[in-house]
Design a protein around this ligand. Structure first.
Ligand SMILES: Cc1cc2nc3c(=O)[nH]c(=O)nc-3n(C[C@H](O)[C@H](O)[C@H](O)COP(=O)(O)O)c2cc1C
Length: 198
């Protein structure tokens, strides 16, 4: 499999999976792990659970207040560094109120602070990375996830990132998504177009 990765163009790629659910082992995580199984062995994977790395409330200091001397620290630093180190960002958030989970949204809000900290060169370093989305809805209609996908896709675009693709599964109780044959099939194919594209 590692050789396949090199041959298919995933060589050197590094995937960061950001788990945004407010529970562990939920459907979204199951789906993300199913997709990740298809990544060749040589492709780096890092998994971070946003609930285990709680971020401080975002303070908008863009106009006036500066960004406070020391720069990001603690969990914020961990997430910033992981984000910058990855070539591919897989945002795995369940659909909460038709959008990303609060933890995921807070992480994205912190991007605004990182953009404002000029010395980080955040935009320059994000440009060219690829964003992917994995979500689960309890609703059967995949279109209900459009606001979540729009949030992520437009944010990627704003940052000069490419859009890799998305998985929208259906289920409510943990494990339900295992019964969604269509999305399980899609999960197995999710990272293949990236491999073919290079
Ligand atoms: C706070 C909250 C808000 C939710 N909002 C929606 C929603 O807007 N639409 C929907 O289809 N499902 C909604 N759900 C259901 C979840 O998307 C569903 O249970 C999903 O399987 C949870 O993902 P997880 O198993 O990865 O945690 C919501 C669940 C919670 C806890």
């Amino acid at each position: 499999m590692a050789d396949a990765g090199a041959a298919q163009g995933l060589e050197g790629r590094s995937f960061l999976f950001l788990l945004g659910s407010a529970r562990t082992d939920g459907n979204t995580e199951t789906l993300a792990r199913r997709a990740a199984e298809q990544l060749p062995a040589g492709v780096e994977q890092r998994w971070l659970r946003l609930s285990e790395l709680p971020l401080p409330a975002f303070e908008d200091r863009r106009h006036g207040g500066g960004h406070g001397g020391e720069g990001p620290a603690g969990n914020e630093r961990t997430l910033l560094d992981a984000t910058l180190e990855a070539t591919d960002l897989v945002v795995a958030s369940p659909l909460y109120w038709y959008s990303v989970s609060a933890a995921t949204k807070l992480y994205l809000d912190h991007w605004a602070g990182w953009l404002n900290a000029r010395e980080l060169h955040f935009r320059d370093r994000m440009r060219g990375k690829t964003m992917w989305a994995v979500t689960t809805t309890s609703h059967e209609d995949a279109a209900k996830a459009d606001p979540l996908l729009g949030t992520l896709r437009l944010s990627a675009d704003y940052m000069g990132m490419s859009w890799g693709g998305a998985l929208v599964g259906h289920g409510n109780r943990p494990g339900d998504v295992e019964g969604d044959a269509d999305v399980l099939r899609d999960a197995e194919a999710l990272f293949r177009p990236a491999a073919r594209a290079e």
